[in-house]
Design a protein around this ligand. Sequence first.
Ligand code: MRU
Length: 368
Amino acid sequence: MNVTHNGKSKHYRTVWFDKARNRVELIEQRLLPHQFKIVSTIDYVETARAITDMVVRGAGAIGATAAYGLTQGAWAFRGRGLKGFEKHLAKVYRTLAEARPTAVDPVNAMRWMLANITGVTVAERQERALAMAEQFADDDAAHCQALGQVGEPLIHDGARVLTHCNAGWLAFVDHGSATAPIYAAQAKGKSLHVFCDETRPRSQGAILTAWELAQQGIPHDIIADNAAGHLMQRGEIDLVIVGSDRTLGRTGEVANKIGTYTKAVLAKRHAIPFYVAIPLSTIDWELESGLDIPIEERDEDEVLRAWGITEGGRRQSVRVGNPGSTARNPAFDVTPPELITGIITPPGIFKPRHLWKNRAKLGFSGKA
Ligand code: MRU
């Protein structure tokens, strides 16, 4: 997406690879919207830490970061033996896969790479790893662009759309999932208004989605997480579009940022269409129940404190919660298929329970 920074507009992806320096380059998302900065990680361990600490976040973006991290690990290998190389790659894979457990994109990206990193020498395999990572990143951007074309007709002229968290281009390599139909509708000349759920505790809606929409000139309001029900009751929301960190291909259950399930229940109550937009790398074809999805529990400080910027421009964290109180911080929840109107995917829109029977179209290549 184009970012206007210091008066200049330039196209950026959220993540890319510097082959000459063997570094992964990232937009430092924790500083947005107050500061736009690029950081580079020096090795795969630092890349994994950047994922855990949410320098980069969002399903597709951490998928591509893990793919580049695996490449970075591959290029750091100094030996010549293929056995040693494979052992080393397995360790790099584990480190990156453990960085954040809920999103399936990193695991899908790296497993696909490992199955295709062929070559009779280490050097050939290193080149192949980079080609695969670039392919994953390009596919992610292309899939998200396709989501825009598929989802755009759902947005009528004048529509008021609710979205949760940040499933915009910052959460992917480019274009975004939930926001792609919004950008496509804008490109078609439709007028629309977006309500961004604030998305406590890390406020990705208030910080990242609002920044993206402002950059794109899309009218929007940030709303407190608890305001959506009221707006739905008053007829002020026509449509909900969210992203997903892991969608079960066998059941149609959708893991997404904490609070998504609540919004789906509310949408059902008010007969408002509720859509989930995903690239194919977000589908988990293995798990048979949403209860098996690993739900990341993050540090309680994210709930007990909040980050902001002072009048003087200094970033600061302040305590919000009662001193001495503890907190729970599950980062994701699971929405059941009966609350979801449709899953927007690159090849089309499907009922959540129809993903499995359409698995061939949706990129499933394993055993049924
Ligand atoms: O914790 P985050 O910010 O990495 O959460 C992931 C998300 O961005 C959201 O859950 C999003 O809606 C999924 S689509 C990338």
